[in-house]
Design a protein around this ligand. Sequence first.
Ligand SMILES: Cc1ncc(C[n+]2csc(CCOP(=O)(O)OP(=O)(O)O)c2C)c(N)n1
Length: 564
Amino acid sequence: MVFQPILDLVQLCAQKGITEVVLSPGSRNAPLSLAFARHGKFNIRVIVDERSAAFMALGSAQQLQKPVILVCTSGTATLNYGPAIAEAFFSKIPLLVLTADRPVEWIGQQDGQAIYQQGIFGKHALLSLQWPADWSSPDSHWYANRTANEAIQLLFEANKGPVQINIPFREPFYPEANEAFVFNQVKEVSVLAPEFKLSANQMHDAIQHFLKAEKVLVVVGQHEPDLELSNALYALNYYSEIPVVADVTANVFGLEKVIKLHDWFLMDRSADIVQELQPDLLITCGRSVLSKYLKQFLRSSNPIQHWHIQEAGEVADSFQSLTHIFRCEPAFFLKKLGEQVFFSKNEAAANYGKLWEAKETEAKEKLAPVLKTESEAELFVVHQLLQQFPAEAVIHVGNSMPIRYVNLLQTHLKSSQTLFVNRGTSGIDGSVSTAVGAAWHTSKPVYLLLGDLSFFYDKNGLWHNYLPANFKVVILNNSGGNIFRMIEGPSQQNELEQIFETTHTNTSKAIADHFGIAYFNDSKGGLKEILHRFISHTGIAILELFTDKVENSKYFAELKSLFK
Ligand SMILES: Cc1ncc(C[n+]2csc(CCOP(=O)(O)OP(=O)(O)O)c2C)c(N)n1
């Protein structure tokens, strides 16, 4: 049997310009899979592991800056999408999640692959729709078209995220040999969205307040690369010397005057520093802040006003000081401020900026001699790696220590590089798949830097027929979760190795061999030599660097002690 509402849904996706489908095999989803396969306008990748598939879709959507479609069968297949759906929700990445289901009357009847799928992602989906199993009434067709439009439209609005349509199929759901798939143009609902700009009066009031403030601090949270935002920040910073602080996840590391070493110098929690650097007007945009010390500093800062610039969606009060939300594009807002300070310079604000600049310079001077001395510790190794990655690399980083190291060393990234990490939920469960998904959609080299546990966790990210030739993985193998040795709490427990670090002796050599991937390690020869061979290798490759967990934490603690 052919389900016309399913063909219409697929046709609507095509009309809306969505082209990428990550599909997982199954029988119950056959009407969806066949419709996408036979339509002719979709690029379909078939991934068996649904957890991995969903992270691949997430990485693809993030790289493309466009929605991607997921299709899976009923039962635990759907549940396996969970981690990536949560990540997509908090990272605001648009995914159209089409989950096939069994008719509701079969749940709990000792039938296979029947679980409670309606609204299965809970609050982690922007919208969860339930479609009917019976299509006899014309109203059910109208309902399907109406809700499909609603779901797809959401993917293009300012507050992005995953939307689910759960679709039960009653047998027979395979087409007969003589049944044709006819894709007719379907009804499209167009939404004319507002532009996210403030009125002249609103902007005037903000500018008046801004011009009077003496200590203005701009903090950029996680953000995809955005040229307009970079230009606006550059102008603001350049003309006014207003300090702009950004973690590596903000993707503005290419801007010369942005404060990038705060995660070092804000370790100093002495009252003087907090007093000196405390803003009276804090302006933020983007998502979460990565640096623990920046977060702590801002939480204890108590600015008189905290403005957050965000077009749409819920606003987090991360620093417990939020006073205003500006519903407009950050680039628009910051550009307007930059234009004003060009004409009326505020000496006090510039002096405040100089304080931040002095701290940045001081930190640079403290670090330079240390980072010139060879070490086998991970922080030093990452420092070497970042200098060798190609100028145009798309860099994906795993959670745990790798992203913290990269943040501390962000001055070594190049303006033509871009950086991604799953910080919506900070899981270690989808890094390989996310980076693979991104690599499918760029001709640039994609480098993934991650810890051993994160790599082993998501090795199924390599289990498919679409291994990208532009993809390289660097594993920092310290025989477990080294982070637990670096943070207070677990590091003081007798069970550190057993129940926190999960010490092991595995290597990824066998995994590389299994998937036919070139494998490099640093057991012979120096890091520089192996790095050169690895980077110049044509095609997908894994580099495994073995480090010593005790040495890593000692070296890191020594460097931190320079700032405490
Ligand atoms: C899905 C998930 N499970 C558990 C955690 C908790 N966790 C945070 S870091 C970490 C260890 C990661 O080890 P590895 O990837 O080897 O990096 P390293 O700590 O050595 O830098 C764990 C288990 C998590 N963040 N996500």
